[in-house]
Design a protein around this ligand. Structure first.
Ligand code: GLN
Length: 533
């Protein structure tokens, strides 16, 4: 029977619930259990695909094309399992499905209500994740903070699951804050007591508390929390601030959180295999070199908007014993004609232009790409970054001065980047991009082929516009190589410039498949070139 771990949050958001959930999953996996992860987001959007990254950070994409919360990126990077459509459930998805069923007449005349219809739908999503993944243990994180109006139906559904499945099949981890009060100079437990009371008011008794605190809380605080919250002392787990997030699973392991969970589940406590993770921590703590990479984007004030890209750069850095420092460059600021690119990029050993939507900051990104191309600075373009690299080349090398994309200039006469026929009739914005895995065939003898060292690859996509094949011959005649193609639909997936030290760009998003212990080939070679290796 599938077992379920639920991770809730209290007091404030931003406590690292996602990392806690991922760490627990990693520990259970390391003990030989098959795990699967899921996140509930209480907002009404069906998915975060239509949200502004400035509000919500990056949209992570699963292999089957689900646009998800960025926490799923943490999950995949920690547990190294591919997640899917059942992994990110929003209130919007739940309501939509219930309302669709009601319109279809599925409720046979019943009054459709929060309980049981919405809560049943939520419970089904939990059970479905267990069945479809075949996991021994499903770890579900509930977004937001206990007590929020938005998350009440989720908490109620979990209460029902706790009752239905019993405490040997469910385990509730509540993440809270233990603030340090200056003046009296002590840690305070009251906010945690209050938040556990909120949870208990909704019928849920937490099995463990994960307490975010500036330092170890100590025996006295743990005893107090145990008494007031009815949680065994050993189930009060410290989560102290760390400089390297990979330490977190090991910190929990040392406090035996995985053993506590397995004991409650009556599952054997098999030996944990964490050597690879400890090696990773050692690597990250002892990086001996540094390299600066410029990341040219329009959401640079919120680094979370590019979190997978940044992580992928770091992962590649680990392989070369190198700390990657990001030079955050606001593309809009590059548009000023007085801007001194040499000054802005003076310490940057590589330039990366990531994905994006809309026309703001486009010309700045094109300027950065031109600078990388003309100065032989290693360049990696991702999605919009590839589209702009092609536009830059068309304009400045092939002399097609008005080359553009119909995304920013719908009436342009040289649409180097254009909508495919099947995208032209689409009216809904949500969920209608080209999403998820598509195959790409690599051309032998190219940089792309060398990076991957194989002919067929599968990569994740999230875009609407495509390279316009009408311009292929002219770009090729000037030296651009189309090194990756989707043969089925005849779409360009990778471009490169062999005359350049390292200039490559992909229509897909390689960042989603990078792992801390296994950097993605395109990031690997980009960092290698940027380090001059
Ligand atoms: N805006 C471009 C498109 O829709 C690129 C998308 C992206 O970079 N993710 O095709």
């Amino acid at each position: 029977m599938t077992k379920y771990v639920f991770v809730t949050g209290g007091v404030v958001s931003g406590l690292g619930k996602g990392i806690t959930a991922s760490s627990i999953a990693l520990l259970l996996k390391s003990r030989g259990y098959k795990v699967f992860m899921q996140k509930f987001d209480p907002y009404i959007n069906v998915d975060p695909g239509t949200m502004n990254p400035i509000q919500h950070g990056e949209v992570f994409v699963t292999f089957d094309g689900c646009e998800t919360d960025l926490d799923l990126g943490h999950y995949e990077r920690f547990i190294d399992e591919e997640l899917n459509f059942t992994s990110n459930i929003t209130s919007g998805k739940i309501y939509k499905s219930v309302i669709d069923k009601e319109r279809h007449g599925d409720y046979l005349g019943a009054t459709v209500q929060m309980v049981p219809h919405i809560t049943n739908e939520i419970k089904n999503k939990v059970y479905e994740a267990g069945i479809s993944s075949g996991a021994d243990i499903v770890i579900t994180e509930i977004g937001g903070t206990v007590g929020d109006i938005e998350s009440q139906s989720f908490i109620e559904a979990l209460r029902q699951i706790q009752y239905e499945k019993g405490s040997d099949n469910t385990f509730f981890v509540h993440c809270t804050l233990i603030p340090f009060i200056y003046g009296s100079n002590e840690l305070k437990t009251k906010p945690t007591q209050n938040s556990v009371r909120d949870l208990r008011n909704m019928g849920i008794r937490p099995d463990a508390l994960v307490c975010r605190a500036p330092y170890d809380t100590g025996e006295a605080i743990k005893k107090k929390l145990s008494l007031f919250c009815s949680v065994p002392v050993e189930n009060v787990i410290d989560s102290v601030d760390v400089k390297n997030i990979y330490e977190i699973p090991i910190n929990y392991y040392n406090q035996k959180i995985d053993e506590i969970i397995l004991k409650q589940f009556n599952l054997p406590i098999k030996k944990a295999n964490l050597d690879y993770w400890k090696k990773l921590i050692k690597t990250v703590d002892n990086l001996s070199e540094e390299v600066e990479i410029a990341l040219v984007g329009k959401y640079v004030e919120l680094h979370d908007a590019y979190i997978s890209v940044v992580e992928a750069l770091k992962h590649a850095g680990y392989k070369y014993n190198t700390k990657v420092n990001i030079n955050w460059v606001d593309s809009e600021k590059l548009e000023d004609s007085n801007v001194n690119l040499k000054e802005i990029f003076k310490n940057s050993k590589g330039i990366l232009v990531p994905g994006g939507f809309g026309s703001r900051g486009i010309e700045g990104k094109i300027k950065a790409i031109k600078f990388a191309r003309e100065n032989n600075i290693p360049f990696l373009g991702i999605c919009l970054g590839m589209q702009l690299a092609v536009i830059e080349f068309a304009r400045n090398v092939c002399d097609i001065k008005d080359a553009s994309s119909t995304e920013f200039n719908p009436t342009c006469l040289n649409p180097i980047i254009d909508l495919m026929a099947d995208q032209k009739s689409i009216v809904n914005m949500g969920g209608t991009l080209r999403l998820g895995n598509y195959e790409c065939t690599l051309k032998k003898g190219t940089l792309a082929y060398k990076d991957y060292n194989q002919e067929k690859i599968l990569e994740r996509h999230r875009h609407r516009y495509e390279f316009n094949n009408k311009y292929k011959d002219i770009l090729e005649s000037k030296g651009m190589v189309f090194s990756g193609l989707n043969e089925k639909a005849n779409l360009v997936e990778i471009i490169e410039l062999p005359s350049h030290k390292h200039f490559i760009a992909s229509q897909f998003h390689p960042e989603f498949k990078s792992r801390p212990t296994r950097p993605h080939p395109l990031f690997d070679s980009f960092i290698k070139a940027s380090c001059g290796k």
